[in-house]
Design a binder for this molecule. Structure first.
Ligand SMILES: [Zn+2]
Length: 495
C-alpha cells in the first residue's frame, strides 16, 4: 500500500505517527501509562533526570519553538547544566525514544512531578563509611552511587563552614538514600564523639545543622611519688600525659623540672574528667594541685576572674610570673651576659648586655611578658629589633630578627608568650641567634638570673571570694590523699 502513495504523503504519515507516538508516550493518565516504555518510566522517576531529558531536547532541536522552550526551561537553574555534563551517558540513552520527535511541540510533555507522586511511599537505605586518608566527599559518596548533582548540592549547603571539605581520617559519614530514586536524603558527618553536622534534604537543597553533646563532668584525684622525673613517675601512677604537661606549666614558674627534682618529691592533683554515656572521654581542668619539691610545698588553685582563668597560691598570689625566663626555644646559649666582653666582630672590649640564644633561623620569638611594643624596626648593629615596654619600669629587647610576626608594630599590645618575631642574623651577627636584653628602669640585668616579678595579684574583690574557696579546695585535696600518701607527707613535714 505504501507504494501507491507519493513521497510527501509518506512523510506526512511518518510525522503524524511520530506525533501520536509522543502523545501516547507522554500522556500522564493511567491508560497510557500501561503503554509507556520502561525507559520512559525510569526517566520520570526523578525530577532532575526528566529535566536532563528536556535539556537533551533543547539541544537537539535548537531552531524549533524556541520561545516556548525558553519559557519551559526558564526555571532550570545552573545546576542542571552541570549535572547534565556529569551524567551524560546515562541520560542520553534514556532520552532516545523522545528525541525521535524532533519538531513536535515540547510543552505537551507532562510535568514529571505528577508521575513521581504516583509512586509508592519511598523507602530509605542507611549507610556508614569511615573517612580514610586521601578521601574526599565526592570520592566517598560517588563510590556509594550518589549522583554528582546531589554531592554538589550538599557541598553548596556547607560552602561557608567547609566541614565536609576538611573531613579527616577516622571521622565517619552516615547517609540515607531513597531506594527508588537513589537520591541522597540526608548526610551526617560525625566529627568526634561530641560533635556532628547533619545535612537534611528539603526539596532540592540541603539544610545544614550542627549537633553537640555535652559530656558529664566529674572530679577525679591522682597522686604520685616522684623519684625519677615528673613524666616517668607521673605516667607510672596513671596520670595522663596531657595533665602532666599542664602540671609542669602550673609549677614550672617555681620548679625547674629538669634540675630541681629530688627523690621523694610528691605530687597530688584534683581534676575534672569528662564522661560520655558513663565512659571517660577526656580530662577537663585541673582544679587544684600540690607539688612537694625538696621539702617545700607548692599549691595551686584554679580560679576565674574577669581577666580569665588562672592558677593562684592559697593566699591569692599568681603562680604565673610576669615574665617567661627565655623567650625562645634555643639550642644553646652562644654568648652570656658579660659587661667586659671582647666583641666577636670588632675585637674590642664591648659589654654584652644581653644573652645570645642560638637557634635556627625562623624560630619563633615570644614576648616575655604582657606589654606594649615601643619599637619594631631596624637599628644598626641590632638589625631588626623589637622593644617591649612592660610598665613598672620593665623593658625587654629582641635583636637580629629575620622578620616580624603579623601585628608586630609600634604601639601594639602584646601578651606574654605571643610570637612577635623570628630568629635571624640581621645587623652585626655571626650566626642566627636571638640577642635578648632585660632592663629595669634603664639598667641592663642578666636575663638568666634576674629575679622575675610575680604576675599581677588577684583583684581585691575576687580575693574576698577566693580565700574561703581555696581553703575548701585545699581541704578536699588533703582528704583525697591515700593513707600511705598522707603518712608520707606527715613524715616529710616533721623533718
Ligand atoms: Zn648578643
Amino acid at each position: 500500500m505504501t507504494k501507491l502513495l507519493p513521497a510527501k504523503h509518506l512523510l506526512s504519515i511518518a510525522m503524524v505517527s511520530a506525533f501520536l507516538a509522543v502523545v501516547l508516550v507522554a500522556l500522564p493518565d493511567g491508560d497510557s501509562e500501561d503503554k509507556n516504555s520502561i525507559s520512559l518510566e525510569a526517566n520520570f522517576e526523578v525530577i532532575d533526570q526528566s529535566q536532563l531529558m528536556l535539556q537533551d531536547l533543547r539541544q537537539l532541536a535548537p531552531t524549533a519553538n524556541t520561545a516556548a522552550q525558553n519559557a519551559l526551561f526558564s526555571t532550570n537553574d545552573i545546576n542542571v547544566d552541570k549535572a547534565y555534563k556529569d551524567t551524560t551517558d546515562i541520560n542520553t540513552d534514556k532520552a532516545v525514544p523522545v528525541t525521535a520527535v524532533t519538531t513536535t511541540t515540547i510543552h505537551d510533555i507532562p510535568a514529571p512531578k505528577a508521575l513521581v507522586q504516583k509512586s509508592a511511599p519511598p523507602t530509605f537505605k542507611e549507610q556508614t563509611v569511615e573517612v580514610k586518608p586521601g578521601d574526599s566527599l565526592s570520592k566517598l559518596l560517588s563510590a556509594k552511587g550518589i549522583s554528582a548533582q546531589d554531592i554538589h548540592k550538599v557541598s553548596v549547603a556547607d560552602t561557608k563552614q567547609k566541614t565536609l571539605l576538611q573531613m579527616r581520617p577516622g571521622q565517619t559519614l552516615q547517609f540515607t538514600t531513597n531506594n527508588a530514586s537513589g537520591e541522597l536524603s540526608s548526610l551526617t558527618i560525625v566529627l568526634n564523639r561530641l560533635d556532628s553536622v547533619t545535612f537534611d534534604r528539603v526539596g532540592d537543597e540541603f539544610n545544614r545543622k550542627e549537633t553537640s553533646r555535652t559530656p558529664e563532668v566529674t572530679q577525679a584525684y591522682k597522686e604520685a611519688e616522684i623519684n625519677d622525673s615528673l613524666f616517668v613517675d607521673g605516667l607510672k601512677s596513671g596520670i595522663d600525659q596531657s595533665l602532666l604537661i599542664e602540671l609542669a606549666n602550673i609549677f614550672g614558674w617555681d620548679i625547674d623540672f629538669a634540675l630541681d627534682i629530688r627523690k621523694g618529691d610528691s605530687l597530688s592533683v584534683l581534676y575534672e574528667e569528662q564522661l560520655l554515656d558513663g565512659e571517660k572521654i577526656g580530662n577537663g581542668n585541673i582544679i587544684a594541685a600540690q607539688f612537694i619539691n625538696n621539702g617545700r610545698t607548692y599549691q595551686a588553685i584554679r580560679y576565674s576572674t574577669e581577666k580569665g582563668s588562672s592558677y593562684y597560691s592559697p593566699d591569692g598570689l599568681a603562680m604565673r610570673k610576669a615574665f617567661i625566663r627565655t623567650p625562645v626555644d634555643f639550642t644553646r646559649i652562644s654568648s652570656k651576659f658579660n659587661p667586659n666582653r671582647l666583641h666577636p666582630v670588632f675585637k674590642t672590649t664591648m659589654p654584652h648586655r644581653g644573652v645570645d640564644y642560638a637557634a635556627a633561623s625562623g624560630t619563633p620569638v615570644k614576648a616575655a611578658g604582657d606589654g606594649k611594643i615601643s619599637f619594631a624596626g631596624k637599628q644598626n648593629g641590632y638589625g631588626n629589633v623589637v622593644i617591649i615596654d612592660h610598665g613598672r619600669g620593665y623593658q625587654t629587647l629582641y635583636a637580629h630578627l629575620r622578620g616580624f610576626a603579623k601585628g608586630t608594630k609600634r604601639g601594639a599590645r602584646v601578651q606574654q608568650g605571643k610570637v612577635i618575631a623570628y630568629v635571624g642574623q640581621t645587623g652585626w651577627a655571626t650566626g642566627p641567634h636571638l640577642h635578648y636584653e632585660f632592663r629595669i628602669n634603664g639598667t641592663h640585668k642578666n636575663p638568666i638570673t634576674v629575679k622575675l616579678p610575680n604576675d599581677e595579684p588577684m583583684p581585691k574583690n575576687d580575693l574576698k571570694n577566693f580565700l574561703p574557696y581555696a581553703k575548701q579546695v585545699v581541704a578536699t585535696l588533703a582528704n583525697s590523699h591515700s593513707p600511705e600518701f598522707a603518712q608520707k607527707l606527715a613524715s616529710l613535714n616533721k623533718n
